[in-house]
Design a protein around this ligand. Sequence first.
Ligand code: UD1
Ligand code: UDP
Length: 378
Amino acid sequence: MTEATDRPKVMVIFGTRPEAIKMAPVIRALNDSPLRSIVVVTGQHRDMLDQVLQLFAIHPDYDLAIMRHGQTLSDVTVRVLTGLEEVLERENPDLVLVHGDTTTAMASALASYYHRIPVGHVEAGLRTEHPYNPFPEEMNRRLISRIAALHFAPTETAKQNLVRENVSPSSIYVTGNTVIDALVSVIRSDYRFRDPELARIVALPGRMLLVTAHRRENLGAPMVRIFRALREILSRFADTRVVFPMHKNPAVRHLIKQELGMLERVHLVEPPEYEEFANLMNRAFLILTDSGGIQEEAPALGKPVLVLRDTTERPEGIAAGTLRKVGTATSEIVAAASELLTDTDAYSRMACTANPYGDGKAAQRIVGVLQVHLFRGS
Ligand code: UD1
Ligand code: UDP
């Protein structure tokens, strides 16, 4: 029998809420496999990350605790690079897994490269082809693609993006997106909200518009335009109400409170933990968001989404009909929302349940590929 210390060691590194949600199924699959796993969180997020760790009972082996309020992208990068020095040195894993396009993911891939440790990239190949949109995510994921040895693309489109950049097709695996694995584990039609405030809000009459916004490129004027569109929609449609979980970024919260704080039928709430939030999405009439992950979850739930961005790296959701990219102009947002609030055919066309992002088994596929590679190499 193979001794524990002979088994290949995979280090999973992440730091923000969406990475944690999407890596949780991978960690579970690793724990069910013969591979050894080490979990490192950078703590780029704190409360929003800890919520997910608690929900999925993930106990990190290392926590770099790098979050500082209002820190710059360079601060995040430097803290991750220096924080990982000792961890990588001590653990010397056979492979590091990173996720997506955050600065934690980019800096962790770079730190691994400096230690000559191969990198596997989960959710590889998403592209808008605009270097500053989303910022800095488009550049982060491009840089990770240059470093990674294994690319786990959620869709065939993502694979083709990598092939176009001369990534070797033999290193790319189309797995589906692990967000679907996470989503199916928490959605229930008879879900009862634990938070009394959410339970109360969900029970109120009227159509619920669920809104989130946090992207750096939307900070400032674009967000103000988005929030003014919400005010206009509320004044046009008396049976609507807005539920707005406020991202912890103080700059975002300041704007939300300034523009929407005093309005009736607006519920500004702390970010619900993932199980609560996913079931809140499931109860919404319409979702307005600049989030990446929500663009992947909503098609699986059949919830129409107005994407509050000028670009999206999720063309599959647009093709499926569930997402509509509306940008950040007040008039465009109001027009699109008004159509969906008045035209039942237009609404039904978008509310179709189509799931281009996988069957909920992406994590198993990723860990299967890792086993083949790492046991063959050892
Ligand atoms: C980060 C990612 C972004 C991802 C998003 C998910 C980068 C550059 N950005 O953006 O790709 O879409 O997370 O939410 O990697 N804060 C808290 N508590 C928390 C989390 C954040 O107080 O739990 C506050 C801090 O003041 C922090 C600020 O929010 O400085 C911004 O956090 P940061 O991780 O730099 O950027 P996000 O906008 O969250
Ligand atoms: N989410 C959550 N609580 C919230 C808002 C979002 O659990 O209050 C979940 C959401 O379902 C998705 C992920 O967090 O899985 C998306 O995170 P975010 O929008 O912060 O990041 P992005 O996906 O844009 O990188």
